[in-house]
Design a protein around this ligand. Structure first.
Ligand SMILES: [Fe+2]
Length: 125
């Protein structure tokens, strides 16, 4: 999802923020895999529609970027909620790894909220 959003976004600052978070996300996957191993469980991939990007046909570039920032922020909120659940179930090293990811997700959300605020400020009226 992030690579597609990065390809489609027309705003350079938002693109950089999303690219930075893509790198973090790759590390998150490695941490989740280590957390599963630490918990003695087998990781398995799955998809959820909640995280799917919205299809839009917005012509105005700043408004399109604002919508993309909103989509990305929505995904971060969902990720935070999911981490809150699994951290509550995890123990020891697994919990520590997942808490590192949750901290990164909270920072990513803060970055996206700043991007959305910046975009709203320059949105044509
Ligand atoms: Fe994220």
């Amino acid at each position: 999802m992030l690579p597609k959003a990065i390809d489609e976004v027309a705003d350079e600052e938002l693109e950089q923020a999303l690219s930075d978070h893509l790198e973090e996300t790759r590390e998150h996957v490695r941490r989740v895999e280590r957390a599963f191993l630490a918990a003695g469980a087998e990781p398995a991939a799955s998809r959820t529609e909640v995280l799917a990007p919205q299809e839009r046909d917005v012509k105005e570039p700043t408004l399109a970027a604002l919508a993309q920032a909103g989509d990305a922020a929505r995904i971060e909120h969902v990720e935070l909620a999911l981490y809150d659940v699994v951290i509550g179930l995890a123990e020891g090293e697994a919990a520590k790894l997942l808490e590192q990811n949750r901290k990164d997700e909270a920072q990513a959300l803060a970055v996206l909220e700043r991007q959305a605020k910046r975009l709203r400020a320059v949105l044509p009226r």
